[in-house]
Design a protein around this ligand. Structure first.
Ligand SMILES: Nc1ncnc2c1ncn2[C@@H]1O[C@H](COP(=O)(O)OP(=O)(O)OP(=O)(O)O)[C@@H](O)[C@H]1O
Ligand SMILES: [Mg+2]
Length: 356
């Protein structure tokens, strides 16, 4: 069924769900738009403060009726409350979240940055592969719901499989498991998640996936310090965060903001990675410190956090990323892979508890 038709069918089905106080969910003012992708159907129900318990069964009933017409798509239904302050209605910060470990995952490690485009996803994927090469059972979760890039970086294809009981079966690539909302979208489809829906989608990706047993789940965050980052730190205990920066001053200043956020939320900062640290000429192999090299190391020292290492700016990294053949897995003995392996080793040396 086409997406628009499916959305209409979902809306119609919601007419069968009664809500407290009379009426049905389809006609309820707090029902969000219905997002339909090739792999998921998402909607949010916003209720008055204090009404969440009363609407709990509504959420369950909505899940049931939508699942019946979901044709194998995963159904995400979030329930949030609206609180008015000084006359302005606003959506409350992500739910009442008891921080709870995810069964079967020993450690969750986030990769973040203050600024976009510094190479977080590239580092996250290659770091995950490097941790796997060190013998850790590893997976990657793409938490960049607004701009997922893990499917491209790992060359994932095909839709995410869903077990009969509604649990996601993660993709596998190069020896690691991987989950991304990107694998549930049509090519070119962008989804505008509202805050609460993003929180709920993240929770389901985390908790409704059959990860198997993992030593470490690497989470690729969106840039900056927005709702997804906050939501992640509120939902699960993190072993720590790795901050990626480029040598330019500007992104280092931005990195400081990301470091601040993790510190304020009591997430240990495992250290700073300097990506695109220096340029290696493809023809001569000569190294050029075009960005004024060494800034990240000094910045890390001044902020009192470990400096984990540097990754060169090389065509090979960009090309293998675009091709879905990450350099750490496809050229494990090359200099690029060695840079990523060294990062993983620095993290493991400083955090031996991560090892199995
Ligand atoms: N060390 C590197 N050498 C060459 N190219 C790189 C390197 N690191 C990243 N890139 C390229 O830079 C671009 C941005 O990288 P990436 O998508 O990993 O950044 P990001 O920080 O995750 O971005 P966003 O903020 O959009 O999530 C990509 O085209 C990637 O291939
Ligand atoms: Mg990214």
């Amino acid at each position: 069924m086409a997406d628009a038709k499916t959305a209409a069918a979902v809306k119609a089905a919601l007419a069968d769900v009664e809500i407290p106080g009379g009426g049905n969910l389809a006609g309820y003012a707090g029902l969000s738009d219905i997002i339909v992708t090739s792999g998921a159907i998402a909607l949010a129900i916003t209720v008055a403060p204090g009404m969440e318990p009363a609407f709990g069964p509504v959420r369950t009933a909505a899940l049931e009726v939508v699942e019946r017409i979901a044709e194998g798509r995963k159904v995400l239904v979030s329930l949030t409350s609206e609180k008015s302050a000084a006359g302005h209605a606003h959506v409350r910060k992500p739910g009442p979240p008891p921080k709870e470990a995810v069964a079967g995952i020993r450690h969750i490690l986030a990769v973040g940055s203050g600024k976009g485009g510094v190479g977080k996803s590239t580092v996250a994927v290659n770091l995950a592969l490097s941790l796997a090469a060190e013998g850790l059972r590893t997976a990657i979760l793409d938490a960049d719901l607004y701009g997922p890039s893990v499917p491209r970086l790992l060359g994932l294809d095909g839709k995410t499989a869903i077990r009969e009981d509604g649990i996601f079966v993660p993709h596998r690539a190069f020896g690691i498991a991987a989950m991304s909302i990107g694998a549930m979208l049509h090519p070119g489809q962008a989804v505008v998640w509202r805050g609460p829906m993003a929180t709920s989608a993240l929770r389901q990706l985390l908790r409704e996936t059959d990860w198997g047993g993992l030593d470490v789940l690497v989470v690729d965050l969106p840039p900056g310090t927005g709702d997804i980052q906050i939501s992640l730190v509120q939902q699960v205990p993190l072993v720590g965060a790795v901050i990626v920066s480029t040598p330019q001053d500007l992104s280092l200043i931005d990195a400081t903001k990301a470091i601040d956020m993790f510190r304020r939320t009591e997430v240990p900062v495992l250290g700073l990675v300097e990506n695109m640290s220096y340029f290696v000429a493809p023809d001569t192999g000569k190294r050029y410190d075009i960005f004024g090299h060494g800034g990240a190391k000094k910045a890390a020292e001044s902020m009192g956090i470990p400096f984990l290492g540097e990754v060169p700016l090389v065509m090979g990294i960009r090309e293998t990323s675009d091709a879905g053949t990450p350099v750490t897995a496809t050229a494990p003995d090359g200099p690029e892979a060695k840079a990523f392996r060294a990062l993983a080793q620095a993290i493991l040396n400083q955090n031996p508890a991560l090892r199995p």
